[in-house]
Design a protein around this ligand. Structure first.
Ligand SMILES: Nc1ncnc2c1ncn2[C@@H]1O[C@H](COP(=O)(O)OP(=O)(O)OP(=O)(O)O)[C@@H](O)[C@H]1O
Length: 532
């Protein structure tokens, strides 16, 4: 078999492992290019697709290629067509805006107009792609997640993983990749990421969380039905799925659906005279989870059927959990008998998170995406009030994508640039030379006067050069002004210091991390001062 045939055979296997839309989005434009000296080359249409291959799909591809070829080839991806940074950023933004995961897909697939297949395909992409680069821009550049960057990869735009983590952190990191191996047919519609473990509890959702946990532990016995309500993107579906996971782990029969899907099923059941099958399906469930129940209001036959399903399950002590964007009382055209049933159990609302809660959510999301986001950046993203955790996540993804695609370190000023039109605020003023001087001195524990003075010992010279570098990169000051702040040095000395640090950064990951940490210290103290 030649490379094309091998890849074709591999694609056939891949098709059975991933959802059709995942396949269409990421695999349909790929081609087997060559298979030499145990290296299998795959052509992909964009740098973004390459990144997805390298991070999301690599394990699956390796394993299937081994099955097809009978050996264990090294797999490499090359871009056969180019895509622009903007296209990639747009794709990431779209992902961030649309949310992710099976639940979101299910919900949106039922809402989306049928003539938007491309958009639907996009819904199947998940977290931002991750690749690496070793091009050094003039400022501290992101550290690649994997050290083994190859020459040919350096040509591609990169999505960066944050500052490199320690060996222990890496060892502890799980991955999302295993989810790709979950068979789709007959598989769970639950998003593997929506668990109680990944749900961050705060004042605004404590009751809903506690009630969901109680229901998950004793389904059918406490709070039946459980009615979760709250604004868009506040975690109702997340809790619904967490209950579902718990039930599945206990071996119970769990069914997650949306009210649109329920409605469509009923319409089809009536149309094709399959109402008995429909009833049988819904009545053998131990835990019924229905998202966005408000949409059944006013749909007579759906309400009727749901009423009977509800009664049948309730009478046999089966658990029912529903979510809605408002309490039953506010669902105007809902039949009274359904409204009163929803009110039998527990009504638990979820409110938008407060500032500390937003910070905690962002930290957890960054962690789950395996990015190290400096605290000052988390604080910045969390600062404005937000009505939806989905938006908050979107903002975080946008900042990460922006840093990655522009190959810049994650700093507050970068976050401000990335979120400028979303947060509707001007980026904060650039740092001042005074702030840099003070921050550098704090970081290295030296006195500003020593930096301004003539001392030539390494413990002073290096911080002084770092100050020159950061002042030149992160402030608007001229070489003359920088020189004046640093004890009246002339511009060639400043240039020399700047070059020295830049050269170190180009070859030394540790130095890059150090400079990023210095900048972070300065930005963090600015944020702290602003909060006082
Ligand atoms: N407390 C939380 N901790 C962690 N993640 C959260 C939390 N609340 C919401 N999220 C995340 O926010 C995103 C949106 O949540 P979810 O889809 O559950 O919202 P929703 O209330 O069902 O919104 P909608 O009304 O649009 O369906 C998800 O990625 C979810 O994981």
């Amino acid at each position: 078999m030649n490379a094309r045939q091998i890849w074709k055979a591999t694609l056939e296997q891949i098709q059975t492992r991933v959802q059709p839309s995942v396949y269409d989005t990421w695999f349909s434009g790929t081609v087997g290019l060559s298979f030499d000296e145990n290296v299998f080359m795959v052509g992909v249409p964009s740098a973004f697709a390459k990144a997805q291959m390298e991070v999301r799909f690599i394990e699956m591809i390796r394993s299937l290629l081994s099955e097809v070829t009978g050996c264990q080839p090294e797999v490499r991806f090359v871009v056969t067509k180019g895509s622009t940074v903007n296209e990639e950023l747009q794709a990431l933004e779209q992902e961030a805006a649309l949310g992710e995961g099976p639940a979101q897909r299910l919900k949106r697939a039922y809402r989306a107009p049928r003539h938007r297949p491309a958009l639907r395909a996009k819904l199947d992409s998940s977290s931002p792609a991750i690749v690496m680069t070793s091009h050094a821009p003039s400022s501290a550049r992101p550290i690649p997640h994997r050290a083994e960057a190859r020459e040919e990869e350096q040509e591609q735009p990169a999505i960066f993983l944050g500052y490199e983590r320690s060996a222990e952190e890496k060892a502890g990191g799980g991955g999302e990749q295993e989810h790709l191996f979950t068979p789709i047919e007959g598989g769970s519609m639950l998003n593997p990421r929506y668990t109680f473990d990944t749900f961050i509890v705060g004042k605004s959702n404590r009751l809903a969380h506690a009630a969901s946990k109680a229901v998950a532990e004793r389904p059918g016995y406490v709070y039946n039905p459980l009615f979760l309500y709250g604004g868009v993107g506040l975690g109702k579906t997340h809790l619904l799925h967490a209950i579902g996971h718990h039930g599945e782990a206990a071996g119970l029969s769990v069914l997650y659906t949306t009210s649109e899907k329920f409605t469509n099923e009923i319409i089809n059941a009536i149309r094709f005279q399959k109402t008995e099958e429909f009833r049988a399906k819904y009545r053998q469930i131990d835990i019924l989870l229905v998202d966005d129940i408000q949409f059944i209001a006013g749909k007579e036959s759906t309400e009727e059927e749901f009423f009977h399903t509800f009664n049948a399950l309730y009478d046999s002590n089966k658990q029912i959990v529903v979510t809605s964007d408002r309490p039953p009382k506010a669902i105007v055209s809902l039949q009274d008998r359904l409204r009163s049933r929803f009110e039998w159990g527990l009504l638990a609302d979820i409110q938008p998170p407060d500032y500390e809660h937003r910070q905690a959510i962002l930290r957890s999301k960054a962690e789950s995406m395996r990015f190290q986001v400096p605290p000052a950046v988390i604080d910045y993203i969390a600062r404005p009030e937000c009505r939806s955790v989905r938006e908050l996540e979107g903002a975080l993804k946008r900042v990460i994508a922006y840093a990655t695609l522009h190959q810049e370190p994650l700093t507050v000023s970068l976050a401000a640039k990335a979120l400028e039109h979303i947060y509707n605020s001007k980026p904060p003023a650039t740092l001042t030379v005074r702030e840099v001087l003070e921050g550098v001195c704090r970081y290295y524990n030296v006195d500003p006067e020593q930096l301004r003075g003539k001392a030539r010992d390494r413990e002073i010279v290096w911080p002084r050069q770092v100050a020159m570098y950061v002042m030149r990169e992160q402030t608007d000051a001229s070489l003359l002004q920088i020189g004046a702040e640093l004890g009246g040095r002339d511009h060639t000395t400043i240039m020399h210091g700047w070059e020295k640090v830049q050269a170190e950064m180009a070859t030394n990951d540790r130095v890059r991390r150090e400079i990023a940490a210095v900048i972070e210290t300065i930005e963090q103290s600015r944020m702290d001062l602003r909060r006082l």
